[in-house]
Design a protein. Structure first.
Length: 520
């Protein structure tokens, strides 16, 4: 009589479980009554299903145990099994992006015209997110057309059903981020199929821009995709603080000589040479220490030329290389981290001063308002106002913070004195150097710099740092470029930023206004 086979299967805990089985011999026991066992066979997590299948027919036990073993035998083995299903069910992945802390944005298509699929989950280790309850579906006629040409799928086609595309945001925290990521499809007969996914690890901003760039702007599902997937994905993204890679000084850089000017030059900023020329022509800024922070790739391309310009104009310059890519806000934050002084003047590389003397006025005003942020008026070249302060608008639910003078001619603020505002413009201002760190730095959940800067400006105000606008100082510049590709995508990126800002700040500002109106 063959000896019975005992098998033990343990569910995964923190790390993928190993299947351990012992084959015991229950023949006549030797003297002393001891049992002899064969060596242990230890199977890895992706070998476990095959091992269970090999012993399943010889295993006896209660129905619950056998059901658990059968389910384990149909587990993920590291390979794709959807294409081997005997049903008209197929699946493909277009994009799988992973931002920080397991924040995922996945898109693709699922062809299931006869409704065989009961659930769709995204799994990693011992965590799972059910996608079919929260994803956004949209038409993919190209998928229908591709299966029209396959005869064995034709009988299952139902009319003009094209809604095969999907996009979903999911959160899969895991102690092992390198563990395999895969889709699990459970059919109505409880059979399961799997599709491995290899996520691209990028920032939430980069993932979103790449994803919306792949969607047709005329797609009728786009509003639902933005509201249900893109906005939650960006809101759950963590902040990635800029990391300084290299600091390079010219021969005579001295940050203690006067208040340093920090220029943030992101990837999309224009040539910085005209701004350096204007700073050299102003007697006040010619002797001021200047910090220029830029992404590492731009630093590599332009370092030699900027150093040559600094020597030619006799400017005191510190060049800061920042790892990865980023916008002007990220570069500004990195530039302040490369200093140890008390106060800095921020200046976007996309702005130019409207005349000389602006630097001295900002420094003198800030000296009378210790610990505050003071911004100049921003104007277009046609002498119309681009920004002249941000105020909380309590009766405007769609836009809780407004710029009241935007679009007016500059003469509308010529008689205006130093004015307290709700949020300063950080593209050009004078502020305490540690103000950015005190407020938590720039948020990583925005696509452009406008709402990103406004978000931090409000947080500075809430942290006790007052903000002012100084109309006697003016800077010229155009609207900030958004990395959206086509004009339609740029408009979509702007709309996404507005929705994120509104969802985050409308409740906070409403409570703040209510408290201000309440009697003491």
């Amino acid at each position: 009589m063959a000896p019975p086979v005992l098998s033990a299967f343990s569910r995964p805990t923190k790390r993928p479980a190993l299947l351990t089985s012992k084959v015991w011999s229950f023949g006549r026991a030797p003297v002393g009554g001891t049992l002899r066992s064969t060596p242990k066979r230890i199977a890895g997590p992706q070998e476990t299903p095959e091992h269970i299948r090999s012993i399943l027919l010889r295993t006896h036990g209660s129905p619950d145990v056998l059901l658990s073993l059968r389910a384990a035998a149909n587990s993920f083995e590291g390979k794709e099994t959807v294409s081997s299903l005997p049903y008209p069910v197929r699946m493909g992945i277009d994009n799988a992006f992973e931002a920080d802390r397991g924040n995922l944005l996945v898109s693709g298509w699922l062809y299931d015209p006869d409704g065989h699929i009961a659930t769709v989950k995204l799994r990693r280790s011992n965590t799972a997110a059910r996608l079919d309850e929260c994803w956004t579906r949209f038409d993919r006629p190209d998928v229908t057309d591709s299966f029209n040409e396959q005869q064995h799928f034709a009988p299952s086609l139902r009319g003009e059903q094209h809604m095969h595309g999907f996009i979903a945001q999911a959160q899969l925290p895991s102690d092992d981020p390198d563990a395999p990521l895969y889709f699990e499809l459970t059919l109505r007969d409880l059979c399961r199929a799997f599709l491995p996914a290899k996520p691209t690890r990028v920032s939430a901003r980069s993932a979103t821009l790449r994803q919306i760039g792949a969607i047709d702007p005329t797609n009728c599902a786009l509003p639902a995709i933005v509201d249900a997937q893109i906005v939650p994905f960006l809101r759950q993204s963590g902040r990635s603080a800029p990391v300084i890679d290299t600091i390079l000084d010219t021969d005579r850089f001295d940050e203690e000589s006067s208040t340093p000017i920090v220029i943030g030059a992101g990837e999309s900023e224009e040539d910085i040479a005209p701004l350096l020329a204007l700073l050299a022509l102003d007697p006040e800024t010619r002797s001021a220490p200047i910090v220029i922070a830029m992404p590492a790739e731009r630093f590599r391309r332009q370092t030699a030329r900027i150093r040559e310009l600094a020597r030619f104009y006799r400017l005191s310059v510190r060049l800061v290389s920042v790892k990865g890519t980023g916008d002007g806000c990220d570069m500004l934050e990195a530039g302040t981290q490369a200093l140890t002084c008390e106060t800095v003047v921020s200046l976007s590389a996309s702005l130019i001063p409207h005349g000389t003397g602006w630097y001295g006025k900002l420094v003198a005003t800030a000296a009378t308002l210790k610990g505050s942020v003071v911004s100049p008026v921003l104007a277009y070249e046609d002498h119309s106002i681009r920004w002249a302060g941000s105020w909380i608008e309590e009766d405007n639910g769609d836009q809780p913070v407004v710029g009241r003078y935007a679009g007016y001619p500059l003469k509308a603020v010529t008689d205006m004195t130093l004015t307290r505002i709700a949020a300063a413009s950080l593209v050009c201002c004078i502020m305490p150097r540690n103000a950015l760190a005190r407020a938590g730095g720039f948020s990583g959940g925005y696509l452009g710099v406008h709402e990103k800067g406004l978000d931090l400006g409000l947080r500075l105000n809430l942290s006790g740092i007052r903000s002012y606008v100084l109309p006697s100082v003016q800077m010229w510049g155009c609207d900030d470029a958004r990395d959206g590709g086509s004009p339609a995508m740029a408009a979509l990126a702007e709309e996404i930023d507005r929705k994120i800002f509104k969802s985050q700040w409308s409740p906070v500002l409403g409570i703040k206004k209510h408290l201000e109106k309440s009697p003491a």
